[in-house]
Design a protein. Sequence first.
Lengths: 328, 293
Amino acid sequence: MSVIVQAKKNAGVSRWKTLTRRLEHGDTIFRALTILAALIVVVTVGAIGLQLWNTSALSRDKFGWGFLIGQDWNPVAQNFGALPFIYGTLQSALLALVLAVPVGLGIAIFLSELAPDWLRQPLGFLVELLAAVPSVVYGLWGLFVFVPIFVKPIADALNQGLGFIPLFQGPVFGPSRFAASLVLAIMVLPTISAVSRDVFLAIPRAQREAALALGATRWEMISQVLVPYGLSGILGAVILGLGRALGETIAVTMLIGNNLDLTASILHPGYTMASLIVNEFTEATYPLYLQALIEIALVLFAITLLLNLIARLLIWRVARRTTTEARV
Amino acid sequence: MSQAMSLRASRTRYALRKFINTLMLSLTGLATLFAIIPLVWIVVYITREGGRYLSVDFFTQLPTPVGVPGGGIVNSLVGSLIVVGIACLIAIPISLVAALYVADHPTTPLGVLVRFSTDVLSGVPTIVVGMFAYALVVLPQRHFSALAGSVALAVIMVPPVLRTTEEMLKLVPRNLREGSLALGASNWKTSLQVLLPAALNGIVTGVMLGIARVAGETAPMIFTAFGNPFFNTDLSQPIATLPQTIFVYAISPYQDWHAKAWATAFVLIAAVLGLNIAARLLTWWRTRRLRLA
């Protein structure tokens, strides 16, 4: 009797042992868990695209590719075209970049090449804090402080001086593409400057020393050696900034005026894809309307996805080149 | 004669080059100053405008309708805590465990894919993430909910937390891990009891930055948490959050609500910038300790 119990017990112990050995003392389960978590991250990106694709089926079926070039957005007639909003988004984002890129590059150069060591960290941190300020706070400050005090006078001056150019045609509005782009420029500054600073810091010292030894001034070293050397990385930084500017929502919604206006003037109010979604989402009373808005989000997703792919490839290229050269 | 002239010419050229050098270098300094002005402007203005309105009531009362004096933002304050809290519960475990995988297998196809997806995910506009959460959670449930807001914020939070954790895990000395394995600890014990604690300080920094980032998100909240003028702690019901309250107050036509928008913005920005500064101090403290050791 007791022998049988003993044998059963032994069998139990050895079965437990084989089980733990098979599972490598929990490592198999753990590995499965880490792979699962890793897969969740990967799947999420696909799921975003897929979900937006599926829930915009009505709109996609009805308008097809014409959605992208349709100029009419008319909920009453149930006719939806995204072109004015794609145009508005690109215009405000590009204008923001024109303003932000020179300043952002200046900051990157100052922080990586010129600033004394004790100033580098605190200054870099302050610039990064700009990215930490919530979008809605930028919108609030822009709406009540920045636009009336700073943007409007500049817009008036631009209109008076250069009003004959369609770009600066009046009448001048407070909330406008110009106002939105200026605040957008401030918001993307940290992205552009932080990424291109890292690009500059990754450039080997020998490049700088060689330029200086040949008699270049510091500026010549920067503009003729460092910038060409890190060009694709800087381009990557700019494209990342563009991606941020395209997707920025709340601040732009509060400052751009939300008006369909097909003139070229940057002093007029405009509309972007993101602000359209915010403004009309609660008004989307029938499925096609809602799905058209979701398709707008899908288009925005596709554009930013593409831009990010390009930017990452460019930045990776710089990183790879500098590491291979350092090894040589 | 001509030699003297060419000497003079080269001197003027040198002077010009030096001048351009000084000019451009000062411009870069000016650019840096330029970037800091808006930050100071925003912080000072919000502190002044918002600080004036703050009182104990503002933190403990529910909002009042237009025209009724007083009222606070307790519903948004608690709402933000709940929505961000649940987002952390979803995002942090996934990010940490996925980071363990990536730090361990940086070159396997899945490892590369995860790092790439993280980069892509951090570039997706938050409003698109909000739409995703809407389609994923709100449409099937047929109503807005705090949970949907948390799902959106969790998606936004994963990239920064995963990235910092991965970087921090890579910094843990190899011999620490090898020592643990040599003593017979299994892989998972090594990961959870040696690697993660060693990298804890840096991971906490990453989590704080992640929280600071999502706490200020407005756009995705509009289709998910939706907002709620009443006190709510039910995850399946609409809930108010700080950034969305600022948005609603700011675009309203009422003077009194604008004042409340500034005060709410003060609370939000104090929390967000506070988290950022604390995270930076933590990093500074850690690197100093490492240097001393």
